[in-house]
Design a protein around this ligand. Sequence first.
Ligand code: FE2
Length: 206
Amino acid sequence: MSNDSSAARQRTAYTIPGISQSDADDLVALLQDRLNALNDLALTLKHIHWNVVGTHFIAVHTMLDPQVDAVRLMVDDTAERIATLGGSPIGTPGALVANRSWDDYSLGRATALEHLAALDLVYGGVIESHRKAIAAAEEPDPVSQDMLIGQAKLLEQYQWFVRAHLESADGRLTTAGAHTEQQAADTAPADAVTAATDSTSGQASA
Ligand SMILES: [Fe+2]
């Protein structure tokens, strides 16, 4: 098992009985990357909660807070698992930004469907990496793996909540084929409020 995603690899001085020191060091690096992803996700969900506008504002605004609460619990569990393994969980924002392999969420104020389309990609990235971590953790530490599996189950359910807004009656996603958050957001249909505003400003300038 190996993980190259953490720039500052830690050497643990002790770990859980039955886990080798080398495996513990690998697990700490693996879980630190997941800790960074979950901390980033919790902040991004709040950012969307604050910046969503338009017709479906309250539905999306209120849908996201329970997700934030659940992801913050995942953050705490992951950090404390790192400590239990003998590592030092790193929770500072500078270290997160320096060691992450993804960019900041790219949308500011935007409609509910634009944010949900972009959030579908965000959840997709976190879930894909979580599933790789689940596979990597299996042999050295099924207890850490069990924690990651529980988190993935919730993250995948939250992605479904998001995707249900983006799904047609025949089961297709509007975001299919989008590779960036902005590409995904661009697939969103015009919001009724936005369309009305555009129409008003169009009349004013005519
Ligand atoms: Fe709030």
